[in-house]
Design a protein around this ligand. Structure first.
Ligand code: NAD
Length: 301
């Protein structure tokens, strides 16, 4: 069977890596991004850059989206110049963005009314996972549609788990972000404690990585915090959005969630103090500030 015609919309930190891996696997690929320069590397791998989302999606069998937020996905699907009107019946939208699970159900139902299938497939693994093709995909939507497009997902991911119906993938992603953020808050408090006691956090991290506290957050994010490297990565604005999605979902379902609510407040504070475009690991710097630790010296004043 001929390889499906694939479109990819949204070539940011994550989308650029995913699209590159689809091109490397030989899928015929049309790409669109608002900032066309970001397409240069994937075009060098054989993709075709087009001038609009609709142009990319027209005639495609599978359309990947990797966009910042719920309103962006809704706009690209159904807004002015949206892709839903040009897509063929039987085509599949794979949304790798992290967005609201309830809105996802509504978007999937609207597409289904046009005989277009939608999978929510938010991802975990960060920029490195996207570049290496080793993401974890949390998939919501019909199992037969997942089976049909699995070769496309295998180009970007090494873990592909069917979670359940439409929106279930986004629920899993919210669960992922709760776990990662809680882990980061703990690591941030640990680094602040070490600094405040005049102990080298690098040594602390090295020791902790050999024991029960070992985690991806301690490996990657805590190191960046210690080195005060806040180049994204994952922008604070996006992590605030992810925790907002999680907190809103838990408010709807009356889940008791003091940890997520607290982290969300810290992320909001990052945004309100001009740090929306820093890596979200800057939350650790905020904790140091709130602890009276001088950013220049890492010592308690
Ligand atoms: P990003 O801001 O780097 O990229 C988003 C891209 O979408 C940008 O290039 C932007 O130009 C483009 N875009 C926005 N609106 C558009 C539109 N209407 N039409 C076409 N292009 C449009 O964000 P990112 O870090 O790549 O994240 C994308 C999604 O993936 C988010 O939902 C995020 O929460 C999720 N995610 C990110 C990471 C990470 O580590 N960065 C990890 C997992 C999931």
């Amino acid at each position: 069977m001929a390889a499906p015609q694939v479109a990819f919309i949204g070539l940011g930190v994550m989308g650029a890596g995913m699209a590159a891996n689809l091109a490397r696997k030989g899928f015929p690929l049309a790409v669109f991004n608002r900032t066309p320069e970001k397409a240069t590397p994937v075009v060098a791998l054989g993709a075709t850059l087009v001038g609009s989302a609709a142009e990319a999606a027209r005639g495609a069998d599978v359309v990947f989206l990797c966009l910042p937020a719920t309103e962006d996905v809704a706009a690209v699907l159904f807004g002015e110049g949206g892709i839903a009107v040009v897509m063929n019946p039987g085509a599949v939208v794979i949304d790798t963005s992290t967005i609201d699970p309830v809105a996802t159900r509504e978007l999937a139902a609207r597409l289904a009314a046009q005989s277009i299938a939608m999978l929510d497939s938010p991802v975990s693994g960060g920029q490195k996972g996207a570049a290496d093709g080793t993401l974890s995909c949390m998939v919501g939507g019909p199992a037969d549609v997942l089976a049909q497009v699995r070769p496309c997902l295998e180009a970007i991911a090494t873990t592909i788990v069917h979670i359940g119906d439409a929106g279930a993938g986004q629920v899993a992603k919210a669960c992922n972000q709760i776990c990662v953020a809680a882990n980061m808050l703990g690591a941030s408090e640990a680094v602040a404690l070490a600094l405040s006691m005049g102990v080298d956090p690098r040594r602390v991290r090295e020791a902790l990585l050999g024991g029960a506290a070992k985690s991806t957050v301690l490996e990657r994010h805590a190191l960046r915090l210690i080195e005060r490297d806040f180049k994204p990565g994952f922008r604070a604005a996006l992590m605030e959005k992810d925790l907002r999605i999680a907190v809103e979902a838990m408010n709807r379902t009356l889940v008791y969630a003091p940890v997520s609510a607290g982290i969300h407040q810290l992320l909001k504070a990052l945004l309100q103090t001009g740090r929306a475009d820093l890596d979200w690991g800057a939350v650790g710097a905020l904790i140091q500030e709130l602890s009276g630790i001088a950013p220049e010296t890492g010592t308690k004043g």
